[in-house]
Design a protein around this ligand. Structure first.
Ligand code: AMP
Length: 312
């Protein structure tokens, strides 16, 4: 592991990712004021940059849904490495053939390939004046987490959780509009809570009529492959939770149900619940800036309380 890490540290991909992240940290795009992350001190320069959050969680838990909603709310890009892999798959490069085999078996793409895809995405974002990010699906191995830790400071890691039987049903019910790319779900979930936990109910998330005839299923959302992806998550990705828990950055969030129940509770957990984006704010830029600062400050106060409570 250490040898592999050293290899990545010296590879051009890591220089690329390091350069992208550092430049993004220093830039101040016109439409987005930077956050001064004073609540969190670290060895890297966290001043004058936008939020850098990570979403962890098993396949099908809803990382994409909630990361994308938060990205709209906070004005930072949502970067999902699964989307980067699927973009590559839709091309006809030699790499896409190799990736198809891996993804269709539910396996993880090599750290080197995924870092190369992420580096390119960050570079493109940097060229467009992007600042900060919410990462979804990365890091998925401790090596990836170590590399990320080596190149920049992550402010906060949100670990979304659902029981495995719910995850399986959600993946099997997932549908994507082939045209607009939006995610829907045809599953009607009603799972009895075990060990005193409440029941979990999720209504289907049905598409509007213009998407209904264009729905496709992901090739890796079959029962056999989802079970393999869950096995690989437990083996390779769960240690990443421990990596961030040990660094005091992890917020655990048990999803209470579907989006209507979970979204307000997630905003509450992140202390963003007083934000109402339908208010037609006069000075959206200043308000977003203040909200981002408050979000980071309060999320860390929350984290401190939890750490004390659980004696982490
Ligand atoms: P996802 O949409 O996040 O479920 O990702 C789809 C597939 O892309 C995964 O099953 C992996 O094969 C690959 N993938 C996405 N992110 C990573 C990552 N960080 N490391 C390795 N493989 C990844």
């Amino acid at each position: 592991m250490a040898a592999l890490t050293r290899l990545f540290r010296s590879s051009s991909h890591v220089s690329l990712i390091r350069r992208s992240l550092f430049t993004a940290s220093a830039s101040t795009p016109l439409e987005s004021a930077p956050i001064r992350s004073q609540a969190y001190s670290s060895s890297h320069d966290t001043k004058d940059r936008n939020i850098q959050w990570v979403f962890l969680g098993c396949p099908g838990v809803g990382k994409g849904t909630y990361a994308s909603r938060l990205s709209t709310l906070l004005g930072v890009p949502h970067i999902a490495t699964g989307d980067l892999v699927r973009e590559e798959l839709s091309s006809s490069t030699p790499l896409s053939k190799h990736l198809k085999e891996i993804v269709n078996q539910g396996k993880l793409v090599s750290d080197e390939i995924i870092i190369s895809l992420l580096s390119k995405r960050l570079e493109a974002g940097e060229a467009n004046g992007e600042s900060g990010f919410i990462l979804d699906g990365f890091p998925r191995t401790v090596t990836q987490a170590e590399i990320l830790d080596d190149v920049t400071d992550i402010d906060l890691v949100v670990n979304l959780k659902l029981p495995e039987n719910v995850l399986l049903e959600k993946c099997l019910g997932r549908r994507i509009c082939d045209q607009c790319g939006k995610n829907f779900n045809v599953a009607s979930i009603n799972v009895k809570g075990e060990n005193g936990n409440p029941d979990i109910k999720m209504a289907p998330l049905l598409p509007p009529s213009h998407c209904a005839s264009k729905l496709i299923t992901r090739s890796d959302d079959t029962e056999v492959i989802v079970k393999e992806r869950l096995r690989i998550y437990n083996d390779k990705s769960q240690p990443v939770e421990e990596f961030y828990r040990a660094r005091g950055k992890l917020i655990e969030f048990d999803l209470p149900g579907g989006i209507p129940e979970s979204w307000p509770r997630l905003l509450e957990a992140l202390n963003l619940d007083d934000y109402d984006d339908r208010r037609g704010l006069k000075d959206r830029r200043i308000t977003l800036y203040v909200l981002r600062v408050q979000a980071i400050d309060r999320a860390f106060r929350n984290l401190e309380r939890r750490r004390f409570h659980f004696r982490l």
